[in-house]
Design a protein around this ligand. Structure first.
Ligand SMILES: Cc1cc2nc3c(=O)[nH]c(=O)nc-3n(C[C@H](O)[C@H](O)[C@H](O)COP(=O)(O)OP(=O)(O)OC[C@H]3O[C@@H](n4cnc5c(N)ncnc54)[C@H](O)[C@@H]3O)c2cc1C
Ligand code: FES
Ligand code: FES
Length: 488
């Protein structure tokens, strides 16, 4: 058992003990190390000012990705290499070519957002992504600038010649780090300290298991332990809602939860698979899901957050849930009693109330791939298109036979304490022809099956109207697709 976290920052080795491991990476960089080039604005993963590169070992190689350092706590970063804006400068260079390009394109005014933009662009270079207007816009969705505006920054990115820019990661002795990580990563980490600042004197512990057995044992011992996967929900709560858990278990070094597999048309996704990896994996079979992921999460969030975290967080407006409900996904739960599978439609019993016991954790999620001619549509309604919390969500899965609806599955989010399936509307549509009047009628039924509230995002009336309208939208989209097919 190890009692320290091992983290490299700009090639420098750090062993972090006790309470020092219980802080955000941005605080560690700025306060402990004095690396104040990393800026903090929102401290909740929205603005990207705190973006840094995180290098982790995958298949014996180091892979770097851009991540929001304000919502990554150090216990999530054991055996990782952090590169900050200070770590970019080559010997003899004044500034990095990406920084120079931003200067030349007048892409910086107050400069507070600039290190974050630089790091996001450097992350794109690290993964050898082709820099087009579209890819740059996507790569920078998670970075906000309040004064310069975006055009100059995009111009700067498009002026770069990636072939002549040395990769930031090549500046460091990655081989030595890999050896160091390989030696340490298989040791579980346990750190504890006494909480002094708030006068409670409580013991605080965090644990990084390396096997499922260790994870389950720790969960059995500490039933109120907070599991941290990507931290994109939980770290925001720690930063903003003053959540102060006594026990934290980070899944960072836990092996065996990275599965991405299709076998006999069943897709299985391990609990540690990030949105970014899931998106790549689903390109062929679930482009609708890939689209939703890219709308709700920036690159930095996609590189950290997981589907399992989205399910466990149990928000009625979580963006993956309508999809999982109509696809009839099953959640694998592992605890001291072994493993069981629960259909997502029976997973939630009320607001944030899950059938998962306190001893269990989610280990994977699986679902069947629909037939190629089935129609799957996912909808997200929010005030702003990108990176906004949903007002209303919907998933519709239609199986057609001879022009009639053989079966229809409908799930709506944001219209009740949990995501709702609409059994009466589904039954009404079953066996009916695809006609506008049928969908109008179905919309009225759907309205009666939901129980929305008015809140800051929308009124009851607005949400009820959406429940009707989304079915008409679905009908017209299906007709458009059919017309296109016939014309082709
Ligand atoms: C700026 C920003 C915008 C966002 N926008 C959206 C949005 O529009 N739509 C949306 O749906 N989400 C959004 N999110 C939320 C978040 O990205 C997702 O919910 C994400 O999928 C959570 O995954 P995670 O791995 O980061 O979870 P974590 O934060 O690590 O954990 C979330 C919860 O799940 C539990 N948990 C995690 N893994 C497991 C497991 N294996 N077993 C049991 N419990 C587990 C944790 O204990 C915690 O309670 C946003 C987040 C940020 C920071
Ligand atoms: S400070 Fe805004 S994303 Fe981290
Ligand atoms: S340059 Fe001021 S916020 Fe972007």
């Amino acid at each position: 058992m190890r009692d320290f976290l091992l983290i490299y920052v700009n090639g420098q080795r750090h062993q972090i003990y006790g309470e020092h491991g219980f802080q955000s990476l941005s605080d560690f960089l700025r306060i402990d190390l004095g690396l104040v080039g990393t800026k903090v604005v929102c401290a909740e993963g929205d603005c990207g000012s705190c973006t840094v590169l995180i290098g982790r070992v995958r298949n014996c190689e180091m892979h770097y990705e851009g991540i929001d350092s304000c919502i990554q706590y150090l216990y999530q970063l054991d055996c990782a290499h952090v590169i900050t804006v200070e770590g970019l400068k080559e010997e003899g260079q004044k500034i990095h070519p990406v920084q120079q390009a931003i200067v030349d394109a007048m892409g910086s005014q107050c400069g507070y957002c600039t290190p974050g933009f630089v790091m996001s662009l450097v992350a794109m270079l690290e993964t050898n992504e082709t820099l087009t207007r579209h890819s740059v816009q996507d790569g920078l969705t998670g970075n906000l600038c309040r004064c310069t505006g975006y055009e100059q920054i995009i111009d700067a990115a498009l002026s770069l010649n990636p072939d002549v820019i040395p990769r930031a990661s090549k500046r460091f002795d990655v081989k030595a780090m890999l050896e160091d990580f390989t030696e340490h990563v298989s040791q579980p980490v346990f750190c504890e300290y006494e909480e002094k600042w708030n006068g409670t004197g409580q013991q605080v512990q965090f644990f990084l298991p390396t096997s499922l057995k260790e994870a389950v044992e720790f969960k059995q011992k500490h039933k109120n332990v907070i599991i941290v996967a990507g931290g994109t929900d939980i770290s925001v709560q720690m930063n903003k809602e003053r959540l102060e858990p006594n026990y934290v278990m980070s899944l960072t070094n836990l092996t065996g939860l990275e599965l991405l597999e299709i076998e006999n048309r069943t897709m299985t996704i391990g609990a540690k698979v990030t949105w970014a990896k899931l998106g790549e994996f689903c390109q062929k079979h679930f482009p609708e899901l890939v689209e939703i992921i890219s709308i709700f999460a920036s690159r930095q969030i996609r590189n950290a957050g997981t589907l399992a975290g989205n399910i466990a967080n149990a928000s009625p407006i979580a963006d993956s849930l309508p999809f999982l409900h109509v696809i009839e996904a099953e959640i694998e739960l592992t605890g001291s009693q072994g493993t069981r599978w629960v259909n997502i439609n029976r997973f939630y019993q009320g607001y944030k109330n899950k059938v998962m016991t306190q001893e269990e954790l989610i280990t994977s999620i699986r679902w069947n791939i629909p037939d190629p001619e089935d129609v799957l549509k996912l909808y997200k309604v929010s005030k702003r298109k990108d990176l906004d919390i949903s007002t209303f969500t919907a998933g519709i899965l239609l199986k057609l036979k001879n022009g009639k609806m053989q079966s229809v599955r409908l799930a709506y989010g944001g219209v009740g304490p949990i995501v709702l399936r609409l059994p009466k509307t589904e039954e009404f549509l079953q066996g009916k022809p695809m006609m506008s009047a049928i969908f109008q009628e179905a919309g009225k039924l759907a309205r009666e099956e939901i129980n929305p509230i008015s809140d800051v995002r929308a009124s009851v009336d607005y949400r009820s109207q959406l429940a009707e309208n989304i079915l008409m939208k679905f009908f017209h989209e299906c007709c458009d697709n059919q017309n296109k097919k016939e014309a082709a």
